[in-house]
Design a protein around this ligand. Sequence first.
Ligand SMILES: Cc1cc2nc3c(=O)[nH]c(=O)nc-3n(C[C@H](O)[C@H](O)[C@H](O)COP(=O)(O)OP(=O)(O)OC[C@H]3O[C@@H](n4cnc5c(N)ncnc54)[C@H](O)[C@@H]3O)c2cc1C
Length: 427
Amino acid sequence: MGYKTISLKMPTGYDDGRLRKKIEHLFHIDDFNFSIVNKSLDARNKSNINWELRVMVSSDAFKTEKPFVPELQISNKKRGKKVTVIGSGPAGFFSAFVLQKAGFNVTLIERGTDVKKRTIDIDNFEKTGDFTSNSNYSFGEGGAGTFSDGKLTSRSKKISLEKRFILQSYVDAGAPEEILYMTHPHVGSDNLKIIVRNLRRQFTDLGGTVLFETTMTDFNSVDGNVKSVITDKGTHDSEYLLIAPGHSSYDTYRLMMNNGVQFRNKNFAIGSRMEHYQEVINVAQWGKKSLPGVKAAEYRLTSKGQNREQVYSFCMCPGGIIVPAGATPESNIVNGMSNYQRENEFANAACVATVDINRLLNKEVSPMETLDWMEKLENSFYKFSGGYKAPFCSIKDFISGKTSSSFVDTSYPLGIIQAPLWELLPN
Ligand SMILES: Cc1cc2nc3c(=O)[nH]c(=O)nc-3n(C[C@H](O)[C@H](O)[C@H](O)COP(=O)(O)OP(=O)(O)OC[C@H]3O[C@@H](n4cnc5c(N)ncnc54)[C@H](O)[C@@H]3O)c2cc1C
């Protein structure tokens, strides 16, 4: 059996039968198999939008050997050392999973609930406005990564083996196969709920332990070496501690800072979600409201004005919804997500500006002060709306800095309240 890899353009509405015919025609063979190696949409010419494919064809008619694809090597030894990992988000889970595969004795500790209970608590929050601490869009099994849009994006070029390992693990746990070859892979929040549960089962089948509804509240160390981890449910002896608490666990960051763990500020981004009807985006990108074989159009915008902070779109969710993503009862922040089919009538994306906190506040700011500042900002939106209604304004009003009376339709489940966002957000 030999192999050939070819580049092809296919119309957006093609199916496997048509692709097969094209390969038959190209190579004059009919006994072959094929698999897609890469797939991306070329929409530069709106009157001729195509899928661009790299396809690997295998047939006895070819002589070339199959290209070697390296895999992440995880050598399993009986190491017997106890490792505690804090946080079951993507960072914590995959650390725990790989360490368990490598022969460590891993306990994964998660302050939130398992994904089943978490789903119920989030549904209830969105229906009633009753927020559940430790069981929300930020905290719970799978971390913020479970109720996320599930776009798998990394701009790092140096982690191709790790990336492939993670994508393959998702597929083994039930993700659509196409995430292995799509240029912009998307899992969907609906699929992620099932995947994180299946991944957890794989981890426990390997001998790993998961403790839900357990919060790390402190740890003991001697001469800089961790000896035990203290939780609200008891103490665990541990030779290694890996803390992956995500973005929102401010109490955990404060606890680490108070324990002498070294921190420094990095630039971060703050902004708003912009929401449009998906059809508006489809027309802008494709010149038409729909395209057979493509779910919903995406966009990515960036603007680097002189002497201004960089402004860019981020985490664009085609056919998605805006969700209340606060981790604590008095914070009111939003994020975006979409299910696999991306079939909601709205599209949303964050429009954010890079924040250099020292420059913004015009002084040397410590990491602890940065946390306080961010928390205060998140709480200010809660105070403004008196709850979880999302403060909103039109993009036109934001630019002009004036409120005009306007009605907007939104996907956000807890209601919206008109607000001068140009005043509520830092300059
Ligand atoms: C709605 C939404 C949509 C998103 N969409 C995307 C997207 O499309 N693409 C993308 O790349 N990113 C997206 N993100 C961001 C992405 O989810 C995060 O970047 C990612 O989850 C970070 O992974 P993490 O493992 O570092 O932390 P997290 O996923 O935040 O996980 C941290 C975990 O640690 C637990 N924890 C914290 N402190 C403690 C403690 N003291 N004790 C025990 N447990 C603790 C938390 O409960 C949490 O489960 C989205 C986020 C949200 C909320």
